[in-house]
Design a protein around this ligand. Sequence first.
Ligand code: ADP
Ligand code: MG
Length: 240
Amino acid sequence: MIRVEHLSKHFGNLQVLKDINVEIKRGEVISIIGPSGTGKSTFLRCLNLLDHPCGGRIEIDGVDILASKAEVPALRRRMGMVFQSFNLFAHLTVLENLCIGPIRLLGRPVADAADKGMELLRMVGLAEKGQQFPDQLSGGQKQRVAIARCLSMEPKIILFDEPTSALDPTMVSEVLGVIRRLARQGMTMAIVTHEMEFARDVSTRVLYMDEGLIYEEGPPEQIFEHPMRERTRDFIGKVR
Ligand code: ADP
Ligand code: MG
């Protein structure tokens, strides 16, 4: 589904991504871990072109998205992104937040978008919140709405950038629960997270990022129990 080759990105003199190579297959759940400042967010932002890479290649479903003729809006539509900071539309109700994309960007009839929106709200356990405004919700509820809004656009893959880092500990599990359910349903996802236990039991593969590289990758048991390289061992030792 996604193939990244020799991806690089610098900001001025700061080389953040040096040489990223990775493939993500349909149905995989990839956790991306590593110290802060190692370019995890930059990597996700490059994947959907919120940041423009300086070099390398990104192929999505066989299409080179850095080629000048690539359809960036169509590409973004296939990739959902969920941020640490929710980014809901404050002036719209919860249900309107879920309908606006399908209506404006996918051309769905209003009634269909509303039905689908309600279905998604049920799925994230917020069926009774459709008429409220985002600032009437808790952080965990806002993030569940943000995930539902992302799903309303029918993405093929969802990129999560620390979806629980802004939440009180009591709200983390309700958000992780929704992501777990998506994983069971076979959604392809890449998740930057500091929740190691979650990464361990939900991921099919873990990428440890350091030094501008995917420094080590493997199945969760390998990365968490038997990391092979020194910096991975240090990091896992500290976060455990
Ligand atoms: P992580 O998500 O792993 O914590 P980031 O991708 O956010 O790391 O950042 C990697 C490095 O790139 C950091 O040193 C950060 O300060 C820098 N950086 C990120 N975005 C920008 C930007 N738009 N301009 C300049 N520097 C940036
Ligand atoms: Mg980050």
